[in-house]
Design a protein around this ligand. Structure first.
Ligand code: PXP
Length: 244
C-alpha cells in the first residue's frame, strides 16, 4: 500500500495572499523525503488552488507516483498529455462545490469516456483511475471501459454521523474493493481520510493500493510539521498493511 499526499491545500494557503509561498512543489519534495510514495494534485477548471505553473514544477520534482486528478475536459486532457504523469484520476467537478462531492456517475459518463476520453489517454502510457462511489454497477462499468484502477470515494464513510452509517458504508467499500480486485483493477481510495478514521477503513477494506490524503494531513502539518505528519500516517498505515 502506498501513501500519496494531495498537496492542493498548500496552494490554497499560498493563494490566500499571493505572496508565492508556501510552494506546492517544495511541499511535495518534503513529503517524498519523509516517505510518501507519491503526490496528488487536482488542477481544477477554475484553478482555485493548483495552477498550471505548479503542474510544471511538480512534474520536475516528484520522484514517485505523480497522480493528476482532473475533470475529463478537453482542456485538461491536453494538459495531462503534455505533463505525462504516471496516473490520471478522473473525477467529476462542479463549480460551486467546496471539494469533490462524490464519485463519477458512470452510466452518465460511460459513452463519452469510451469514445473521447479513454482513446486519447490510451495513446500515452498514463494509467487511468476512475473516482467512483462504492457500488457494483460503477465498478462494472469502470471495468468495461478498461480502466487500470478505481479510486473509491471514502467521503461518505469519513462523514458518517452514526456507527450504523459508518459500518454500512464500510461494507459497501469492502464489496466494491473485492469486486474491482477480482476484475483485475487496482483499488485506490481517498477523500476525507484522517488519523482517526483510517484504521477502521484499513481493517475492513482489502486490496488497497494507493491511499490519497490531503486536507487533514496538510492541516495537521501546521502543528506537527510536514515530515512528522507524513511519518505518523505511514506508521498508522504500516500497522495494518505492508507499506511500500
Ligand atoms: N481523492 C480525490 C478524488 C479527491 O477529489 C480528493 C480531494 O481533492 C482526495 C482524494 C483527497 O481528499 P482529502 O483532501 O479530503 O484528503
Amino acid at each position: 500500500m502506498n501513501l500519496l499526499v494531495n498537496i492542493d491545500h498548500i496552494a490554497t494557503l499560498r493563494n490566500a495572499r499571493g505572496e508565492g509561498y508556501p510552494v506546492p512543489a517544495e511541499a511535495a519534495r518534503v513529503c517524498e523525503d519523509a516517505g510518501a510514495k507519491g503526490i496528488v494534485f487536482h488542477l481544477r477548471g477554475d484553478r482555485r488552488h493548483i495552477k498550471d505553473e505548479d503542474v510544471v514544477e511538480l512534474k520536475k520534482v516528484v520522484r514517485g507516483t505523480l497522480d493528476f486528478e482532473m475533470a475529463a475536459t478537453d482542456e485538461m486532457l491536453n494538459i495531462l498529455i503534455e505533463t505525462d504523469p504516471h496516473l490520471a484520476t478522473l473525477v467529476p467537478e462542479g463549480r460551486e462545490e467546496l471539494t469533490t462531492e462524490g464519485g463519477l456517475n458512470m452510466s452518465v459518463v460511460y459513452d463519452d469516456f469510451k469514445e473521447r476520453v479513454f482513446p486519447k489517454i490510451r495513446e500515452t502510457n498514463i494509467e487511468i483511475s476512475l473516482f467512483i462511489d462504492p457500488n457494483p454497477r460503477d465498478v462494472e462499468l469502470a471495468h468495461e471501459l478498461g480502466s487500470d484502477a478505481i479510486e473509491l470515494h471514502t467521503g461518505v464513510y469519513a462523514n458518517a454521523k452514526s456507527d450504523d452509517g459508518r459500518i454500512n458504508e464500510l461494507k459497501r467499500l469492502r464489496e466494491a474493493a473485492q469486486m474491482a480486485h477480482s476484475l483485475g483493477m487496482k483499488v485506490n481510495a481517498g477523500h476525507g481520510l484522517n488519523l482517526k478514521n483510517l484504521s477502521l477503513l484499513l481493517e475492513y477494506v482489502p486490496h488497497l493500493n494507493d491511499i490519497s490524503i490531503g486536507h487533514a494531513l496538510v492541516s495537521e502539518a501546521l502543528f506537527k510539521g510536514l515530515p512528522d505528519t507524513v511519518q505518523e500516517y505511514l506508521e498508522l498505515l504500516s500497522i495494518h498493511r505492508d507499506v511500500k
